[in-house]
Design a protein around this ligand. Structure first.
Ligand code: AMP
Length: 218
């Protein structure tokens, strides 16, 4: 199962990838998560990436390609992986193709998760994260038991800088301009499946699993 989850920020790729990862025992590789951890740890990489991330812009291809190359080289990825948030540009997709080819491998499927724009804005701007344990909540769809504090560890919840309204708009613009062309790129390679990402998490998961089953990837 060598899978890419494609889609605008806020369509739920991360949540779905976590569930698929647990269900099928394949590691999730999320470039966004790896970069956020680097920012928290103030590593050289994190310091380089932070400004781009805070503005909702893409981190340079060279940085993210290096991250993914390292991850794909780990033994855990030998039986497959779920890529979440990578590739995000055509050059990244080309680089991924070369990396896999170099290992005598290739992608099995790219799933394009689709959610209407207004819904995505609502999902992102309402998201609240725990700075301590990284748990994620939503003011309307998944509120914590006590407003403003983490159910898991009690820390005060925060809004990610890049989930603020203006930054969300910037991220969606970047998606339209730089990432959406990948839909055409992978469709032409006959690798793309569209999945409706609206509704409940478990319904989207079921649709995803159906696609994987239809392609004998489970
Ligand atoms: P995400 O959590 O996937 O929305 O990623 C958060 C931020 O990390 C993005 O807005 C980018 O600044 C950066 N990022 C994550 N993945 C990539 C990527 N493949 N290419 C460039 N920047 C990325």
């Amino acid at each position: 199962m060598r899978l890419v989850l494609l889609g605008a920020p806020g369509v739920g790729k991360g949540t779905q990838a976590d569930q698929l990862s647990a269900r099928f025992g394949r590691p999730k590789i999320s470039t966004g998560d790896i970069l956020r951890e680097a920012v928290r740890n103030e590593t050289t990489l994190g310091l380089e990436a932070k400004a781009c991330m805070d503005e909702g812009k893409l981190v340079p291809d060279s940085i993210v390609v290096g991250i993914v190359r390292d991850k794909l080289g780990e033994p855990a990825c030998a039986r497959g992986f779920l890529l979440d948030g990578f590739p995000r540009t055509v050059p990244q997709a080309e680089e991924l193709g070369r990396m896999l080819e170099g290992r005598g491998s290739r992608l099995d499927r790219v799933v394009n998760v689709m959610v209407p724009r207004e819904e995505v804005v609502k999902r992102l701007t309402g998201r609240r994260s725990c700075p301590k344990c990284q748990a994620v909540f939503h003011v309307d769809f998944a509120p914590p038991a006590r407003a403003g504090s983490c159910d898991r560890c009690g820390a005060a919840l925060v809004q990610r800088t890049d989930d603020k309204r203006e930054t969300v708009e910037a991220r969606l613009k970047v998606y339209e301009e730089q990432t959406a062309p990948l839909i055409h790129y992978y469709r032409q390679k006959a690798l793309l499946s569209d999945v409706d990402g609206s509704g409940r998490v478990e319904d989207v998961q079921r649709r995803l699993v159906e696609v994987l089953e239809a392609h004998r990837l489970t």
